[in-house]
Design a protein around this ligand. Structure first.
Ligand code: NAD
Ligand code: UDP
Ligand code: UDP
Length: 323
């Protein structure tokens, strides 16, 4: 099948998800412009694409206007892990809100289609389980996670207002916990923490009693879902949950990591962060019917690939004297 080549902007393209998305879009024959301020992203994540004739990278902060010419925009710029988004919470809100305004303004001038990387965090600490798109959420507006949750909620509002007011073609994906190669080893997210701890033989830090649940999606599945959503007819706007519905407790995840790494690490318990959601599981009925999509990669297979990535990264850092 021949592909019509498009010019596609990926903001946050040097981050974990963004780098996989850039790779997929370049491989599909598109011209990709990756924009990133390198707050949590790294040039190494896209090093293999630099020099490719269809790939371009630009250092830029999306809280400032951006004038480029593209056909489609994937707006992923925003730190995603709690320690990173809480490091400078005002900048986090600005990135979500001013970043959305600028990217929507760009899309409006170009009549370009635009996809927003929203999050399951718009549901907060959900009282409805599993979470469906129609659920309005249970979010603390003034807590430590609010800069991220409320910033993303406001970005969704802006997307739907630009859609209604300016007839913009929008797609809103609510992404649930995703893991895989190129996660930042020190970003404090549970999968990267547990694997790095297990490989180092250090204690595995379970926050609280470990009975809280998450549903983990492998990155390749997630990227496939985002690309399919972008390609839907104009009347499909979302919001649409994209994630893996297989729910597990954090303690079960720790046990799986220990098993797959063969580590002798012990489990230790630490305080549960404030407003940490107790349960999270996507209802992906809408994605199944609208995209014909569902995750293909089982947790143990995805974890094995991620463990191999972190093993190689540790060896690299070791050789460079950085661990
Ligand atoms: P990440 O931190 O690896 O990537 C975010 C990227 O955005 C980084 O490269 C960072 O440098 C860049 N960035 C941050 N602020 C910026 C700014 N002001 N201007 C330009 N670039 C900026 O995180 P990720 O996991 O790849 O997440 C990507 C997107 O997906 C985020 O919007 C996040 O909220 C969303 N998301 C991710 C998950 C997940 O589990 N990974 C879940 C829900 C939503
Ligand atoms: N913008 C941008 N690139 C463009 C067009 C607009 O970054 O190509 C930004 C610009 O900073 C503007 C924002 O997007 O403030 C919102 O644009 P919109 O057209 O909605 O509003 P206005 O220009 O009236 O503020
Ligand atoms: N968590 C944990 N140990 C860690 C890091 C995280 O027990 O070393 C827990 C955290 O409290 C939360 C879950 O794992 O309940 C997922 O955390 P993460 O930061 O990865 O994502 P989010 O809370 O944003 O879903």
């Amino acid at each position: 099948m021949s592909v019509i080549s498009k010019r596609i902007l990926v903001t946050g393209g040097a981050g974990f998800l963004g780098s996989h998305l850039c790779e997929r879009l370049v491989a599909a024959g598109h011209d990709v412009l990756c924009v990133d301020n390198y707050f949590t992203g790294r040039r190494e994540n896209v090093a293999h694409l630099i020099g490719h004739p269809r790939f371009e990278i630009m250092r830029h902060d999306v809280t400032f206007p951006l004038y480029v010419e593209v056909d489609e925009i994937y707006n992923l710029a925003c730190p995603a892990s709690p320690i990173h988004y809480q490091h400078d919470p005002v900048q986090t809100t600005k990135t979500s809100v001013h970043g959305a305004i600028n990217m929507l303004g760009l899309a409006k001038r170009l009549r370009a289609k635009i996809l927003q990387a929203s999050t399951s965090e718009v549901y907060g600490d959900p009282q409805v389980h599993p979470q469906r798109e129609g659920y309005w959420g249970h979010v603390n507006p003034i807590g430590y996670r609010s800069c991220y949750d409320e910033g993303k909620r406001c970005a969704e509002t802006l997307f739907f207002d630009y859609h209604r007011q300016h007839r913009l073609r929008i797609k809103v994906a609510r992404i649930f916990n995703t893991y895989g190669p190129r996660m930042h080893p020190q970003d404090g997210r549970v999968v990267s923490n547990f694997i790095m701890q297990a490989l180092a033989g250090e204690p595995i830090t379970i926050y609280g009693d470990g009975s809280q649940t998450r549903s983990f999606c492998f990155v390749d599945d997630l990227i496939e879902g985002l690309i399919r959503l972008m390609e839907t007819p104009d009347e499909v706007t979302g919001p649409m949950n994209i994630g893996n519905p297989v729910e597990m407790t954090i303690k079960e995840l720790a046990e799986a990591v220990i098993d797959l790494t063969g580590s002798s690490s012990k489990l230790v318990h630490k305080a549960l962060p404030q407003d940490d959601p107790i349960q999270r599981q996507p209802d992906i009925g809408l994605a199944r019917s609208a995209l014909g999509w569902e995750p293909q990669v089982a947790l143990r297979d995805g974890l094995s690939k991620t463990i191999s990535y972190f093993r190689a990264l540790r060896e690299e850092l070791d050789a460079a004297g950085r661990v």
